[in-house]
Design a protein around this ligand. Structure first.
Ligand code: ADE
Length: 228
């Protein structure tokens, strides 16, 4: 069983996405178990304070190290081999390769921050800092849910057909998926490409490969391609 732990101030955020579709099935069939741990439970003062103002001034509040580090320790106590991932816009970019890497671990612990971020010293207690992309979310929760979802669907036995994950966009480094069509053959004047109706499987395979490469070239702006 793959263990997922989520350290958060908002455990209710995860209730709905985990009760739908693939994550729901993976949990109910015992492939994964997900436990949300409320960071606030590790606050030690009488107001259960988990945030404070930054030294040196500036706007916003930071997550205090005490309660967060105590929650990480609690997660490691439950699952000593867990891989602790902090969700932060300043982390390394999350990729499909990372998702696959996480499936090979006994479990992951996803640390979600709120407010303007974490006290920097918390970084010494995590294994990795991960960002979903170059935009700022109001907290780590949506990012953690994306990471968890992408990992769950890659766990052995989760997807109906093992081929589906292998054929995903990005399974081959940087390659997007080809375009897909289903019935009807014509929709509002737009026809399914003839090649897909031809029954010629080698032609279809060739077309799909070309389309995937074309899309990847047109739509993928790699980091290294950016000037600024
Ligand atoms: N927390 C806030 N923004 C984030 C992002 N882009 N990725 C991961 N965690 C975040």
């Amino acid at each position: 069983m793959f263990h997922a732990q989520i350290l958060t101030l908002f455990p209710e955020f995860f209730a709905s996405p985990l009760s739908c579709s693939i994550p729901k099935r993976a949990i109910s069939s015992g492939i994964v178990d997900v436990e949300c741990i409320q960071i606030r439970e590790f606050a030690t003062d009488k107001h259960s304070k988990v945030d404070d103002t930054p030294y040196g001034g500036g706007p916003g509040m930071l997550m205090k190290p005490g309660p967060v580090v105590a929650s990480i320790r609690a997660a490691r106590e439950k699952h000593p081999d867990t891989h602790v991932v902090m969700l932060t816009p300043s982390g390394s970019r999350f990729t499909q390769a990372k998702a696959l890497e996480y499936t090979e671990k006994p479990g992951i612990t996803l640390l979600c921050g709120r407010y303007e971020g974490f006290d920097e010293r918390i970084c010494d207690y995590v294994d990795e800092e991960i960002s979903l992309g170059d935009y700022v979310l109001s907290g780590g929760e949506p990012a953690a849910m994306c990471v968890l979802d992408s990992v769950i669907r890659l766990l052995p036995e989760v997807l109906g057909s093992p081929e589906s994950a292998v054929l995903d966009s990005f399974s081959e480094e940087g390659i997007l998926d080809w375009p897909h069509y289903t019935r009807p053959e014509e929709f509002e004047g737009k026809r399914v490409p003839d090649v897909l109706l031809s029954g010629n499987h080698s032609k279809i395979e060739k077309w799909r490969k070309e389309q995937a490469e074309l899309r990847s070239k047109q739509r993928h702006v790699k980091y290294s391609d950016c000037d600024d």
